[in-house]
Write a protein of this length. Structure first.
Length: 361
């Protein structure tokens, strides 16, 4: 069978070692004679999975002790609603940095619960899509928090600068970049991420929230979105997505074995540089994203002649390079190269791109 490299933006590729391990222990997990997804979430065996995975995640991200880690349902979009419901307190407004598709989607959801102030930080640099530096963000004085998305999965635009806004509560939608490099969690009031890109299977969402922000939820917040309720119940107020939790725990172990986030940063940088340099070297391919904001995780690129898009995709597919079609709002191609994508996968793609250009350019 052809070796497949899956460039899907999410659900996305998982480390093969993790999948093999899950396969080996699927029917007889830890000698119990059942799979891990068939046992009670309150059994001592599953509680051990839950505790260990939380500890591994804390170690990887160096999460300070005054932060709760919650394993939630509902994807990142549930957090778009949970955020204002939990964190507005007495405020009626919050700042929302509008930097791309997902940041904008968070604003639309927040409008149901407050009057978000949308702050457009998009700019163009040499005709390319970029983001204004943080010092130019015009934040308000009366906002409960400031929300932004450091990696726009669709636009391929990243904000790598770490926030430094004094005592403002900063919230980051880390869905497509969590665990891809070290970050300073203490700069944030909360970060959250849907699992299906850089963590594990869909169905699980991570919330890491500073404990002084708990206890402010509105009365009408659904209990399963109430951070205080989730924290008090060890993320088991209702039945959590146990299989996704277990598999994410295996990914955390794998990340530790690989050398943690410093090593991931090196690998992700090398992969991204290889792909962007291939794009930049040719007039046949182009990136619309300004140099300072190029994502290491999601790399959209265009063919100079869009009439070749279909041929590119079908030839790529034929040699095992899957899911390269760009999102409909951007068009062209997109290669998502999360932690589980090995350098050889990106090398196979760039070799194909060079060869495709030679034949069709
Ligand atoms: N935020 C970002 C940055 C995303 O990439 C996505 C999904 N692609 C979402 C939010 C929405 O996530 P979910 O589908 O898990 O609700």
């Amino acid at each position: 069978m052809t070796q497949v490299y899956n460039f899907s933006s999410g659900p996305a590729m998982l480390p093969v070692e993790v999948l093999r391990r899950a396969e080996q222990e699927l029917c007889n997990w830890h000698g119990l004679g059942t799979s891990v997804m068939e046992i009670s979430h309150r059994s001592k065996e599953f509680i051990a999975v839950a505790e260990q995975s939380e500890q591994d995640l804390r170690d990887l991200l160096k999460v300070p002790a005054n932060y709760k880690v919650l394993f939630c349902h509902g994807g990142a979009r549930a957090q778009f609603a949970a955020l204002p419901l939990n964190l507005l307190g007495d405020h009626t407004t919050a700042d929302y940095i509008d930097g791309g598709y997902w940041a904008h989607s968070a604003i639309l959801e927040a409008k149901k619960y407050c009057e978000p102030k949308a702050i457009d930080v998009k700019t163009t640099v040499d005709g390319l899509n970029g983001i204004k530096p943080m010092k130019e963000w015009q934040l308000s004085d009366n906002a409960a928090y400031v929300h932004y998305c450091p990696n726009e999965t669709i636009d391929g635009v990243a904000i790598d600068e770490m926030p430094d806004f004094g005592d403002k509560v900063v919230i980051g939608d880390y869905s497509s970049t969590i665990l891809s490099r070290p970050i300073d969690v203490s700069r944030f009031g909360m970060i959250y991420a849907g699992a299906q890109k850089n963590i594990g299977p869909a169905g699980l969402t991570l919330v890491i929230v500073r404990d002084d922000l708990l206890g402010k939820a509105r009365r009408e917040v659904p209990s399963i979105l109430d951070y205080t309720v989730l924290a008090e119940n060890g993320s088991m107020f209702n039945t959590p997505p146990t299989f996704a939790w277990y598999l994410s725990g295996l990914v955390f172990k794998w990340l530790k074995e690989q050398g943690g986030l410093v090593e991931m940063q090196k690998r992700n940088q090398a992969k991204a540089e290889l792909l962007y340099s291939t794009i930049d070297k040719s007039d046949f391919y182009r990136s619309q994203v300004a140099l300072a904001n190029r994502s290491w995780m999601n790399v959209p690129f265009q063919l100079a002649d869009p009439a070749l898009d279909k041929v590119f995709l079908s030839e790529a597919e034929a040699i095992g390079l899957q899911a390269l079609k760009g999102h409909r709002v951007v068009g062209g191609m997109r290669a998502s190269i999360y932690n589980a994508m090995p350098l050889i996968g990106v090398k196979t793609l760039t070799d194909f791109m060079v060869d495709f250009e030679r034949r069709h350019g």
